[in-house]
Design a protein around this ligand. Structure first.
Ligand code: PMP
Length: 358
């Protein structure tokens, strides 16, 4: 029986990449040493990190005036790093309150003394849609923070808010490389790797050059300018995670790049949404135009039945469908490496469950 992993993160990775890692593990590039053992200062690793950066630049068409930085600390550390590095004029940011992770970003910005103004919120409707900016933008905003994909609530932005000269800072953690965006629409993009890119431990930062270097006396490990100057080698970077992410980037290129991947993701998501929308048992609560292609929450409306769905799914090799603890129900994460066959297997299982229980 095939196993399909619907976890929200760490999440499914491409099988060919796992096989490549396995084959290369004992002796990386015939060095007689494993990738787990080589120095980050070695020529071998230099090639790995340079290739990873170039492949990412190619895939996302990253303009030359943007720096690519390899961080640790997850998306969460960027909730602190972004305001420390970019909110240096007025220490004031705008926030689109689209749910849990946006609120966490706001909390962390406040912890480092940044004023946070909520520009719009969909809290009143339990984040079943994207918030819209409800007021004219205060010119003292250093930037506007946006979560492009809300991993828990299952909403996704493709239509970016118009913020004029005020830079957009995007937490792209859960749809990085899963949806096509124009990098020049953002001042800063960051994403934890463990959903669409690779194993946990690596966080990608893509930042417009002119926005960095304005902060005084940051802790070194949070300093974008320092990381840019040191090519992300200020200290020991997460060598294995960067290597694995590099293989995923090469796999993405082989799949036809981001346009092809985005189209495939939309088709995969449509398969599940179409089923849910005609179902008499299952519902997805999200406004149709704001639905995520990456994370699809759904419920039966009965917690016991939800538990039975999840338990039965496991027996069919459909794993990690439990919804986030804050919302309950089910959630299927359909990242790049989830094959269409996995989504079809899920739909078939849900249809059979419905036939039995309705
Ligand atoms: N932002 C989003 C949108 C997320 O989904 C997550 C993790 N699920 C985070 C931030 C936090 O990421 P990390 O665990 O890498 O700190």
């Amino acid at each position: 029986m095939p196993i399909y992993n619907f976890s929200a993160g760490p999440a499914v990775l491409p099988q060919p990449v796992i096989a490549q890692i396995q084959a290369a593990l004992p002796s990386f590039q015939n060095s007689g040493m494993s990738i787990l053992e080589i120095s980050h200062r070695s020529d071998l690793f230099e090639q790995v990190i340079n290739d990873a950066e170039q492949d990412l630049r190619d895939l996302m068409a990253i303009p030359d005036n943007y720096r690519v930085l390899f961080f640790q600390g997850g998306g969460t550390l960027q909730f602190t790093a972004a305001p420390l590095n970019l909110a240096t004029n007025h220490h004031h940011i705008g926030l689109l309150d689209s749910g849990h992770w946006a609120q966490r970003a706001g909390d962390e910005a406040q912890r480092v003394g940044t004023k946070v103004t909520v520009l719009g919120s969909s809290a009143a409707t339990h984040f079943d849609r994207l918030p819209v900016i409800e007021q004219p933008l205060d010119p003292t905003l250093d930037y506007v923070h946006l979560t492009t994909n809300n991993t828990i609530e299952g909403t996704m932005t493709t239509d970016l808010p118009a913020t004029g000269d005020i830079p957009l800072v995007a937490d792209m953690s859960s749809n990085f490389l899963g949806e096509s965006y124009r990098v020049s629409d953002f001042g800063l993009i960051f994403a934890g790797a463990q959903k669409n890119l690779g194993p946990a431990g690596l966080t990608l930062v893509i930042v417009r050059e002119d926005l960095i270097g304005h902060a005084q006396q940051l802790p070194s490990m949070l300093d974008y300018q320092l990381f840019a100057d040191k090519h992300s080698m200020f200290n020991t970077p997460p060598v294995f995670a960067i290597y694995a992410a590099g293989l995923v980037l090469k796999w993405l290129k082989q799949q036809g790049g981001l346009a092809a991947m985005t189209a495939r993701n939309h088709a995969k998501a449509a398969l599940l949404y179409d089923f849910l929308d005609q179902s008499q048992l299952f519902t997805n609560p999200v406004k149709a135009s704001d639905r995520s292609t990456m994370n699809v929450p759904f419920v039966t409306g009965n917690a016991e039945l939800d538990a039975a769905v999840i338990a039965g799914a496991s027996q069919h090799g459909l794993l990690n469908l439990k919804g986030h603890r804050s919302v309950g129900g089910m959630r299927a994460s359909l990242y790049n490496a989830m094959p269409v066959a996995g989504v079809q297997a899920l739909v078939d299982y849900l249809a059979a469950f419905e036939a039995q229980h309705h």
